[in-house]
Design a binder for this molecule. Structure first.
Ligand code: ARG
Length: 570
């Protein structure tokens, strides 16, 4: 089915063609009416094309109104102000649209969806547990991936793990000297973190350790068998740990091509840069200097000792992707501190003439307001702790609201509500602003929070259950009549769902969907307050019941684009 603004625009296009023939007018833009008095949608076509057509806007608007193509979408048009055309939709059309919105797929074929969209997110550095900083990359990245999939893009979710850094030399030394086998068996990654910290401590007193670590790293890079085996083990231990969190977060990857994967390609990349005169020798290192107007620091692509850098691996990654995928676009998520890095290597690939559409989607840093987690030096908040804390707090709330549920049920609800609240607290804010995290706020059942939305959904399910218990099964065979103001406002809002998803995709901003859902819940509540469903005449009960069902399914689908689950009871 057509997205509603396109469906309406089509009718106007046909009308304009009929009235103005071959005049090359500007495209018809249809937007949501700013006020219910102005109808459901509106267009400023007449004002936009006044000069081109050579008539005043109100006259153009009148001609369009008088000649409107016959259709079963628009009920009436009104001209307002300097020449706005207010569009009032037919109730039957809206009723049908609501049903179709759940039973048919929207037609997004106007998007250029050829090839693969590769999204690079989460991407932690090996041998460290994920901390709160990884939350945003993981959650926002996953949501963007879900949004693009919904629109029908072929998506590749890639975890660009940091598995080739200088940490490995240190870890190898730490492992050989200070590892506690018992502790390692108990919790491998925690013990690896401990020996890493130990290395840092020891090397303050014994600076020669740094050089030893460098040699171990070099041995690893030259293919030393023992070091290679250890390195493999560190990766396995880390990925096993990450997997547990990804499962809890319901986040999944198609590929785990870490930095090491690109290592064999890096010398080739440096050579190409040198051959093309883009990288030059500077004090033994190979460096790319940028044109002055780019305002970028020079970028080292190979150190004096032959080692490659973070940027080298990212350049190699683009080369690999261009050769092995049919790239539609590349999307990367990291925090704001990496903006320069991305500008540099994006620019380098452009200088190489590798044209590919790419976006660095950055986000601000997260911090806590209530001091429950204070980031003392060396004491980072682990992601797992954060999820556990959210779950614990959600459990207490569920316990209070619904003491009669079984412990198992409470536990399941607490996990969905806790994780959902944490995700939503992140996704509902403009990603570029810093996030201040307040437990009481994010776990609230009121206001713009996940529990509020999940609760709206559960409430709708409860209404449908009650109706069913009275023998009134509400299904899609029933007829929807959009009659009063609240019903219409809710129906209009549901109709714009795909428009909102498109906007969120274009700007890589899941918070647009969050705002939409909050508004949807509010509109549902005012509909439900003024339009009772249960104990009504059958045709009213079925119509309103089905509107509620469609609203519920829309909340569920919207939340799923944020990676948040719903519950039938809570
Ligand atoms: N591993 C990096 C970090 O933890 C993030 C990698 C982001 N992706 C990329 N292609 N550079 O900071």
């Amino acid at each position: 089915m057509q997205v509603i603004d396109r469906e309406i625009a089509k009718i106007f296009e046909a009308t304009v063609k009929k009235v103005y023939g071959d005049i090359e007018t500007k495209k018809i833009e249809v937007s949501v009416a700013t006020n219910e008095k102005f109808g459901d949608f509106q267009t400023n076509f007449a004002m936009m094309n006044s000069k081109i057509i050579g008539k005043n806007p109100r006259a153009i608007a009148q001609e369009i109104v008088d000649n409107l193509e016959p259709n079963n979408v628009i009920d009436k048009l009104e001209i307002a102000g300097p020449g706005f055309i207010n569009i009032f939709l037919k109730s039957e059309y809206l009723g049908e649209l609501l049903k179709k919105s759940r039973n048919e797929k929207y037609d997004f074929s106007f998007l250029n969806r050829d090839g693969d969209v590769i999204i690079d997110f989460s991407s932690p550095n090996i041998a460290k547990r994920m901390h709160i900083g990884h939350l945003r990359s993981t959650i926002i990245g996953d949501s963007v991936a879900r949004i693009y999939r919904y629109l029908g893009y072929h998506l590749v979710a890639d975890n660009h793990i940091g598995d080739w850094g200088t940490q490995f030399g240190k870890l190898i030394i730490g492992y050989r000297r200070w590892l506690n086998q018992e502790a390692y068996k108990e919790n491998a990654i925690e013990e690896l973190e401990r020996v890493y910290v130990e290395f840092t401590k020891q090397s303050e007193e014994h600076p020669e350790l740094e050089e030893e670590a460098r040699l171990e790293l070099k041995k690893l890079q030259d293919g030393d068998e023992e070091n290679y085996a250890l390195w493999k083990e560190f990766i396995k231990v880390s990925l096993d740990e990450y997997e547990k969190l990804y499962t809890r977060l319901d986040v999944h990857f198609d590929t785990y091509y870490g930095e090491s994967f690109y290592h064999p390609m890096m010398q080739g990349v440096v050579d190409e840069l040198v051959e093309k005169g883009l990288a030059v020798e500077d004090d033994g290192a190979k460096v790319v200097f940028f044109p002055e107007e780019d305002n970028l620091f020079p970028c080292i692509v190979q150190k004096k000792d032959g080692a490659f850098l973070y940027s080298t691996s990212d350049i190699a990654t683009i080369k690999f992707r261009r050769e092995n995928y049919n790239v539609n676009k590349l999307i990367y998520l990291t925090d704001e501190r990496q903006q320069d890095h991305f500008k540099q290597f994006f620019k380098i690939t452009e200088m190489l003439g590798w044209d590919v559409e790419k976006y660095h989607i950055w986000f601000g840093i997260m911090r806590f307001a209530d001091g429950v987690f204070s980031t003392r030096k060396g004491n980072v908040i682990r992601l797992e702790q954060l999820l556990d804390e959210g779950k614990k707090r959600a459990y207490d709330i569920v316990n209070e609201k619904n003491p009669d549920l079984s412990a198992e049920e409470k536990d399941q609800i607490a996990e969905v509500v806790g994780v959902g609240a944490i995700k939503y607290a992140d996704l509902s804010q403009n990603r570029q602003s810093p996030i201040i995290f307040e437990w009481d706020k994010i776990l609230s059942f009121e206001g713009n929070t996940a529990p509020y939305l999940q609760y709206s959904y559960a409430r709708i399910q409860s209404i449908l259950r009650k109706a069913a218990a009275e023998g009134k099964e509400i299904d899609y065979s029933k007829e929807i009549k959009v009659e009063n103001k609240q019903e219409r406002a809710l129906a209009d809002h549901i109709a714009t769902f795909p428009m909102v998803v498109l906007k969120a995709a274009e700007s890589f901003k899941p918070n647009i969907i969050a705002d939409y859902l909050f508004e949807l819940s509010k509109k549902f509540n005012s509909f439900y307050n003024s339009c009772p469903i249960l104990n009504q005449e059958d045709d009213i009960l079925y119509s309103r019941g089905l509107i509620a069902k469609v609203a519920g399914e829309t909340i569920k689908e919207g939340l799923s684009l944020l990676g948040i689950k719903t519950l039938d009871r809570m």
